[in-house]
Design a protein around this ligand. Structure first.
Ligand code: CS2
Ligand code: MG
Length: 402
């Protein structure tokens, strides 16, 4: 089999998505998610100008070799843009392989280790009261695990809380708008919030929280310690993961499970975290983490250190990524949990999906390959609209992590 053509489909059904389509001389094609929220056109440019010309003529069955061609074969290693492009190529090649063998992707990864995938949803409100109500709404919909984010008194822009009733989408049209942040107010508020949530709903629901890179190591250690009595399923991104050893301080002070890595893009971002068991869940998703080929290696290394997966699954990762993630989660032993933010209905005008949610779990069907398709004609009806993630400043004006 030979790759004869490949194209990038950039479409904006409610938000921007980048999809790579690789075609072969046997009429089989594969899809890969190449979406990088707020940087979409950088990935498009890299794929169109550098990757696709090099793909033409290659044998799509040589997945491992092609992965290394675009990783080790490229002098300038790593980075979100290049790894998102490699991830899309890898997903598309696995999709082709599954279709050519007429078998679902999970069968190529060792077959089923489970029949249903535990997911967590988002509950967020402008204040503690509204957030607590939202948690109850999600529990009533069968969710066993709920991520709890809330507005914080005295902070204008808390992460993860939409400003209106529309679904939460952090990237706003045009250039980045600026937000302000106050860690002290956040740290003083959060334990009170989780005390209230546990008082109302008890211990029989998994609670998660995303600190979204907003603490210093000692602040992260304080937060993890003060949340210990509320038995979180995980505290996510307590600190920025750039300095892996900064997680040692948090680990030293708390047994609150830690999840990190949605902004990572290779196994090398994790080596200290894994070998020193500084984390409990790996968040790096297929679309930004080198695809199936690389994530198999990351998951295998993590399994030796009792670390499970917990894939990022926000709505700025496309249905192609979500379906591939569900296959991956179906097959590997050290699966932890999958983030599930349902895409808006308009997205399903462009992408036909092969997965469903039911009573706290997700299920992917037995369609060959990944199992998602894209309607290119429909995709063309939603042209790209530039959108940017916010830029964050502390209240004194200092640029900070968003
Ligand atoms: C968040 C994301 O889902 C999460 O855990 O960290 O919503 C993240 O803010 C967005 O994916 C950024 O595009
Ligand atoms: Mg996150």
């Amino acid at each position: 089999m030979k790759i004869t053509e490949a194209k990038v489909i950039l479409s904006c059904p409610g938000r921007n998505f980048v999809t790579l389509k690789i075609m072969t001389d046997e009429g089989i094609y594969g899809l890969g998610d190449a979406t990088l929220n707020g940087m979409e056109k950088a990935v498009v440019a890299y794929l169109e100008n550098y990757c696709i010309p090099a793909l033409i003529g290659k044998d799509p069955c040589r997945i491992e070799d092609i992965w290394h061609y675009f990783y080790r074969g490229v002098y300038w290693l790593r980075g979100s843009v290049s790894l998102t492009a490699i991830s899309a190529i890898d997903m598309a090649l696995w999709d082709i392989k599954g279709k050519s063998l007429n078998t679902p992707l999970y069968n190529l990864l060792g077959g089923k280790s489970r029949d249903r995938i535990l997911v967590y949803c988002h509950a967020n409100g402008k204040d503690a009261e509204e957030t607590i109500d939202k948690v109850g709404e999600k529990i009533s919909k069968g969710f066993r695990a709920v991520r709890v984010q809330s507005g914080v008194p005295g902070i204008e822009d808390a992460y993860g809380v939409p400003k209106d009733d529309r679904p939460y989408e952090p990237a706003a049209k045009g250039l980045a708008h600026e937000e302000t942040w106050d860690t002290t107010k956040y740290l003083n508020f959060l334990p009170l919030l989780f005390r209230k949530v546990r008082d109302v709903y008890g211990e029989n629901v998994h609670l998660l929280h995303d600190a979204h890179h907003r603490c210093t190591p000692v602040e992260g250690a304080r937060l993890a310690k003060e949340l210990e009595p509320f038995h979180l399923f995980w505290l996510e991104d307590p600190v920025t993961g750039e300095l892996q050893e900064s997680l040692r301080l948090i680990r030293h002070h708390s047994t609150t499970p830690i999840a990190i890595g949605e902004v990572y893009n290779t196994i090398f971002d994790h080596t200290t975290l894994i070998t020193e068991q500084l984390i409990d869940y790996i968040r790096m998703p297929l679309v930004h983490g080198g695809g199936i080929t690389h994530m198999l290696k990351v998951a295998a290394m993590a399994s030796v250190y009792h670390i499970n997966t917990g894939f990022h699954g926000a709505t700025d990762l496309s249905p192609v990524n979500l379906a591939a993630a569900l296959h991956f989660n179906t097959a590997i032993n050290n699966f932890g949990i999958q983030e599930y933010m349902p895409h808006q209905d308009i997205v399903h005008e462009v992408f036909s999906i092969n997965y469903r949610y039911d009573d706290g779990f997700m299920f992917v069907d037995d369609s060959p390959g990944i199992g998602v398709d894209i309607d290119e004609k429909k995709a063309a009806e939603y042209p790209y609209e530039m959108a940017s993630l916010p830029v964050n400043r502390k209240t004194d004006g200092t640029i900070f992590y968003w």
